[in-house]
Design a protein around this ligand. Structure first.
Ligand SMILES: *Cc1c(COP(=O)(O)O)cnc(C)c1O
Length: 824
């Protein structure tokens, strides 16, 4: 047999249907120890996963070698969260093996798509921020940019949501229970991480006074590597997640003395660091373990990077030539004093040189303006965990404030506002300030967010260093959120514009001339209907609710938060219900309202809104007078896997946050990419999406960010708004009357009273505009030709919201990195 033929049949790399089938059987046999006859769906998943993984490793190794031998700069993405979603389907897609593997499995009597559902997803993130990191890893590899993603290998990811009697309950996410074929532990890649204790001074050999950190204890971080494939390229980047382990896993002395718990205490304490993801989205909980987690992964990552620089270039001073590190929010901001510590204490650099290196190495992405989400740490707590870092931060602060003093001539208020440490009775360390001072670039995640950043929370920093600020509007990967999630749409677009658009989303503009083509429109509607049928089946399996796939699918899927205003949509539903009850002949477009999302376990109001959705759903769905016209569904456990079912099936995307509160949003992009029209406020990336798709193809309503500020400053009184709008008054009264709670008037009182008395997110102020806009949406939907036209134009013009565009901008304008092409 020739080399080529041999290779084609090779069980580990061959790509033909025959080779893949042999490989599947082989892996089933040798990895799971099962025959095809006895294989469970999970066994088949494992066999398929290893068959795919075998075909990823050549690219992974070749890429690492190519990068190493090039002198190109590498991006290190520092993120406490990666909301990756299932790997298997994505890897099959990126390798171009979809059709052959489907065929190979079919020949074994197995349906591949069923087996794909077996994969437990790594839910190592809360929401948008973690998903952004995952999209960026995908685009970095696809654009062939040398990159490492650094993070934490949480043993338990974001809790799984189950609903009991309409209430959210949290279940542990044991995603590693059946093993994880996608990770390659590198047991030799382990670094010590010190915690607690105190600092000393000592004289070095050459007489310099040096600092020494004497920790309470040390843990190890072990590298778990996941290859991240580019789409249609050989380049395969590295996601390196750290697992914490004990220095000493078993204490024989304690065991011999009969103290069995003490014998494993060190192991338990150490492993706690990477045990579980904190389930808070857009709010901070100043927990000690969280600070330890942040420091743990940052320290491992920087030690790893310094080792690579030293090994490859021989001198840690060349750090910024080899690497640039992007801080995904302030969670990894402790990297700034940690790199200073490594350079000064462990590599004997002077302060000045170390600071130059540090300040050339980090760039910071701000993700929120919400005051409750801005990270601060109590100095007492911080000093207990990281005493040496606090000393370094004091020194950074002193030098920084000297610079401010010189520049703004003793403007004491400014100095106190800008200090890294707040001026309170219990002073706190401001992580956003630390990140800003230690970075050469600061970016927001949408145009409006960046401009608000400059005029609100970072105004003083903007006045000091305007050149550091830039905008990088978020993007999402079309590979996962179109090609994988919506195969019929992908096929239709392929047929219309050719196959290159997945790597060059600007090509979608060639759909524009087809927007008014009647036969294309009808295929477009078929694609949407197919997705709606699939979602309907899924909904009926999971919730038992039957929905009509020809009704308008109006979807709000995202974390539950008052600023995202799921309750504004609820008030609309309740008002529609009221209208239909008063006027049974009312003719409106039938709608299915679908909600999905998790609430932080400690966020009572968000959990109450979830309960109210279920209560309203129960009433409406069981009322024969209305349930042919409107239905309400809550799809539990919103995660990437479920998201992939939801986005393709939406007719209407709800992006209704209070203007000024949503930094960017990325769900808005995913919906629009799948042909949903958006109803939204001028917030986050909605503003730019509307500009891109055309204002006539977007349903805009509500106060602007400036108007929101005005209303709040002017002493906003929701009571007055409610008194002047009987429909709103009725909707609120229906809730408080116990109509949805079996007569219980207390249950939803906290929610209704909050809206009547404070309404901090201006739900009442935007209610009328929202309802009027929704009435228009309903009318437009009845004209299916016009609706389809708008839908096609949304997709045709959404190209710039690809994460490829976002990463290209980061690469050119912040990182100054270029692609390095891995070749066979
Ligand atoms: C995209 C995505 C988000 C972010 O949604 P927003 O609407 O931008 O808040 C959250 N969770 C998952 C699973 C996602 O895929």
């Amino acid at each position: 047999m020739s080399d080529v033929a041999e290779r084609a049949l090779h069980t580990r790399v061959g790509r033909s249907v025959d080779a893949l089938r042999r490989s599947l059987i082989d892996n089933l046999f040798y990895i799971t120890g099962r025959s095809l006859q006895k294989a469970t769906p999970n066994d088949l998943y494992i066999a398929l996963a290893y068959t795919v993984r075998d075909r990823m490793l050549e690219g992974f190794i070749t890429t690492a070698e190519t990068y190493k031998s090039s002198s190109a700069r590498t991006v290190c993405y520092f993120s406490a969260e990666y909301l990756l979603g299932p790997h298997l389907g994505n890897n099959i897609l990126n390798l171009g093996l979809w059709d052959n593997l489907t065929q190979a499995m079919l020949e074994m009597g197995v349906d591949m798509e069923t087996i794909l559902q077996e994969e437990p997803e790594p839910g190592l993130g809360n929401g948008g921020l973690g998903r952004l990191a995952a999209c960026y890893m995908d685009s970095l590899a696809t654009l062939q940019i040398p990159a490492i993603g650094y993070g934490i290998r949480y043993e338990f990811g974001l809790f799984q949501q189950v609903i009991k009697n309409g209430w959210q309950e949290e279940v542990t996410d044991a995603w590693l229970r059946n093993g994880n074929p996608w990770e390659l532990p590198d047991r030799e890649r382990r670094y010590p991480v010190k915690l607690g204790g105190h600092t000393d001074q000592y004289q070095s050999e050459n007489g310099h006074l040096r600092a020494r950190w004497v920790p309470d204890y040390t843990v190890y971080g072990v590298a778990y590597d996941t290859p991240i494939l580019g789409y249609g390229v050989l380049n395969t980047n590295l996601l390196r997640l750290w697992k914490s382990e004990a220095y000493n896993a078993f204490n024989f002395q304690a065991f011999n003395m009969g103290n069995h718990c003490a014998a494993v205490e060190e192991k338990v304490v150490a492993e706690n660091l990477s045990k579980v993801l904190y389930p808070n989205d857009a709010s901070e909980v100043g927990k000690e373990l969280r600070l330890k987690q942040q420091y743990f992964f940052v320290s491992c990552s920087l030690q790893d990077m310094v080792r690579i620089v030293q090994h490859d270039l021989g001198d840690p001073a060349l750090f910024p030539e080899k690497f640039v590190a992007q801080l995904n929010d302030t969670h990894p901001a402790i990297a700034i004093p940690e790199l200073m510590r490594l350079l000064i204490d462990e590599h004997a650099f002077t302060w000045e040189v170390a600071w130059d290196i540090t300040r050339s190495s980090f760039a910071y992405t701000n993700h929120t303006l919400l005051p409750e989400a801005l990270e601060t740490w109590s100095l007492d707590l911080f000093k207990r965990i990281l005493p040496r870092h606090l000393e370094i931060i004091y020194e950074i602060n002193q030098r920084f404030l000297d610079e401010v003093r010189l520049r703004f001539l003793y403007d004491d208020q400014r100095i106190s506002r800008m200090s890294l440490i707040s001026d309170e009775t219990n002073p706190r360390l401001r992580m956003a300030h630390l990140a800003a001072v230690g970075s050469f670039a600061i970016n927001g995640v949408s145009a409006i967010h960046t401009s608000l950043l400059k005029t609100t929370v970072m105004q003083d920093f903007y006045e000091l260093w305007p050149e550091k600020f830039c905008n990088k509007t978020n993007g999402v990967t079309p590979r996962r959120f179109i090609a994988l999630a919506n195969r019929p749409l992908t096929k239709l677009i392929d047929d219309a514009v050719g196959g290159d658009w997945l790597k060059n989303m600007a090509l979608l503009k060639h759909l524009e001339p087809l927007a008014s083509d009647i036969s294309f429109q009808s295929r477009w509607r078929e694609v949407k209907l197919t997705a709606k049928h699939q979602l309907s089946n899924h909904i009926s399996q999971v919730t038992g609710i039957t929905v009509d796939p020809t009704s308008m699918f109006d979807i709000q899927a995202k974390r539950f938060h008052e600023y995202k205003r799921q309750h504004l949509s609820l008030l609309h539903i309740i008002s529609l219900y009221h209208r239909l009850k008063c006027n049974p002949n009312l003719c409106i477009a039938p709608r299915t309202f679908i909600f999905s999302g998790k609430a932080a376990p400690g966020y009572g109001m968000a959990k109450l809104i979830i309960k109210l959705i279920h209560s309203v759903a129960e009433t409406i769905n069981h009322d024969p007078q209305v349930n042919q016209t409107i239905k309400v569904v809550f799809l539990p456990n919103f995660n990437v896997k479920n998201a992939q079912h939801l986005y393709p099936a939406a007719d209407l995307s709800e992006q209704i946050s209070t203007a000024g509160k949503e930094a960017s949003g990325t769900g808005n992009m995913k919906f629009s990419m799948n042909g949903a029209l958006t109803i939204g406020t001028l917030d986050g990336a909605n503003v730019e999406i509307r500009e891109a798709v055309g204002e006539e193809n977007f349903f805009l309503f509500g106060l602007t960010a400036a108007q929101v500020q005005e209303r709040l400053i002017g002493g906003y009184q929701p009571r007055l708004v409610i008194e002047s709008d009987t429909e709103l008054e009725n909707a609120l009264n229906m809730i408080s009357s116990g109509l949805f709670s079996h007569g219980d008037r207390q249950l939803f009182a906290p929610l209704v009273n909050n809206l009547r008395e404070q309404d901090p997110y201006l739900v009442c102020a935007d209610y009328r505009a929202y309802l009027d806009c929704q009435d228009n949406v309903g009318k437009q939907y009845l004209n299916s030709e016009r609706w389809t036209h708008m839908s096609i134009l949304n997709v045709a013009r959404i190209g710039r919201f690809s994460s490829d565009r976002a990463i290209q901008e980061y690469a050119d304008e912040i990182w100054k990195v270029v692609p390095v092409f891995a070749k066979p």
